[in-house]
Design a binder for this molecule. Structure first.
Ligand code: AMP
Ligand code: MG
Length: 425
């Protein structure tokens, strides 16, 4: 395990006082390690978990050639191209009950969707295309070509092929796929444990009476939501006063139980508080100023409490900065710790409906409302006031406009990158 200094030394252009957003991701990616422990869970329990081993298909799916339609299975060699083909139906193939009788030239078999294709027959003509009189089936010319409406053995998946890969996060389709292979359980990484608390003397817990200069804690609630959506086990350590004994107890408790610790508040430059001092005292921690907005101050490192060290993410206090730094930096790092292979959510291109002021030299994340425009393309507007304490506008947004480090002002109609929340938070 590399120390923070070693990681920093290997990074191009590492400047803790003006760190670029992509360098933060690179640093964190070198800092964190995937959990090692795995467990076997049932398919219903596997939703949102990360696969710890490839799922290799024990069967071919489908296991036989079968019909994609209700109709008549026939041999394409029998089809005339210039006049109706009249065939004799000799039996019926049901889904679940095959037709195993002989089929000669000029004969066909009535077949239901999903039924196994009778031997020697390669094509299904849908029932709505034919005229049937007793056992005589007349197929007009040109309504089917050889192989139509037949699903091939192994078309979805061949026996022995990996159906899913280690590191895949299992969504609804993956659950269905696992079940379709007849597998009742899968091997997944154990759930990541993440402890979090809010710091600051001015922070009130719900239920406390309001007092001058104090604000209700919102960060614990957004962090709870963000972490829960990620599928980690959350450990809520409450609001911790800016007092050495309380902070030390909270950090020690967090480090003893969790793989990662997320705090908010107390890491900005002007802070006259004990949070940074305690982080420094208990672990290997770097304090950064990130070239970004909102955000800027952040502490990262490792805190050890007698076992494998916990990764510390010391986020700024501002409610919007917490969410933005979580999405930009913490979330990809946690996914990596969860063992997931593809952490970065895709950035989509949308047309800005407004002019956006942007200074080159920092990455800006503006709260945006993304929609489909009249031309069918994505468009985005901002939620207005981008003050980093304005949580209302975060709640109104359905994505973040990401204005990259070197980017300058944006004119109306310009394309910008957006990170859409759907599926992310
Ligand atoms: P700090 O990073 O500690 O300087 O905090 C920056 C701003 O965020 C201050 O206005 C704090 O009052 C506010 N803040 C810090 N923590 C929280 C929290 N848990 N909930 C709501 N606001 C907070
Ligand atoms: Mg503070």
């Amino acid at each position: 395990m590399k120390t923070l200094d070693q990681i920093a030394a290997e990074l191009q252009g590492y400047d803790p006082q003006a760190l670029r957003a992509p360098a933060v991701n690179d640093f964190l990616s070198a800092l964190v390690e995937p959990v090692a422990d795995t467990e076997t869970v049932g398919v219903f329990q596997a939703l949102d978990r990360v696969l710890a081993a490839d799922v290799v298909s024990p069967i071919s799916v489908p296991p036989h050639d079968n019909s994609a339609m209700d109709g008549y299975a026939l041999a394409s060699a029998d089809l005339a191209t210039d006049r109706p083909t009249v065939l004799t139906a000799v039996g019926t193939a049901y889904a679940g009950t095959a037709w195993n009788g002989p089929v000669a030239a000029g004969q066909c078999v009535k077949i239901m969707t999903g039924a196994i294709m009778p031997a020697g027959l390669d094509t299904v003509v849908p029932v709505e295309f034919v005229q049937v009189e007793q056992d005589r089936v007349s197929v007009p010319p040109g309504v089917v070509r050889a192989g139509d409406n037949r699903r091939l053995l192994g078309e979805d998946l061949m026996q022995g092929q990996p159906a899913l890969r280690r590191g895949d996060r299992l969504g609804p389709a993956a659950l269905g796929l696992i079940a379709s292979l007849g597998l009742a359980t899968v091997s997944v990484y154990r759930r990541l444990k993440v402890a979090y608390f809010s710091t600051g003397d001015e922070i009130l817990s719900l239920g406390e009476a309001p007092r001058e200069g104090a604000v209700y804690d919102s960060n614990r609630y957004t962090v709870f939501g963000l972490l829960t959506r990620l599928g980690v086990e959350v450990i809520d350590l409450g609001v911790v006063q800016d007092e050495p004994a309380a902070l030390e107890a909270a950090f020690r408790q967090a480090a003893a139980q969790a793989d990662a610790i997320i705090t908010s508040g107390g890491v900005s430059m002007g802070e006259a508080d004990h949070t940074k001092a305690m982080m420094r005292q208990l672990g290997d921690v770097a304090f950064w100023r990130i070239a970004m907005r909102p955000g800027r101050p952040m502490a990262v490192g490792r805190l050890s409490q007698g076992h494998h060290p916990a990764v510390l993410f010391g986020l700024p206090g501002n409610p919007v900065a917490v969410m933005v730094t979580f999405l930009a930096f913490v979330r990809p790092a946690l996914l990596q710790m969860m063992g997931a292979r593809t952490p970065a959510p895709p950035l989509l291109k949308a047309h800005s409906l407004e002019a956006l002021r942007k200074k080159p030299g920092r990455t800006e994340y503006q709260r945006g409302v993304v929609s489909t425009g009249p031309d069918g393309r994505l468009q985005v507007r901002t939620t207005g006031n981008q003050g980093s304490g304005v949580l209302r506008s975060m709640a109104e947004a359905n994505g973040l406009i990401v204005l990259h480090h070197q980017q300058g002002h944006v004119a109306p109609g310009d394309e910008v990158d957006v990170m859409v929340f759907d599926g992310v938070i």
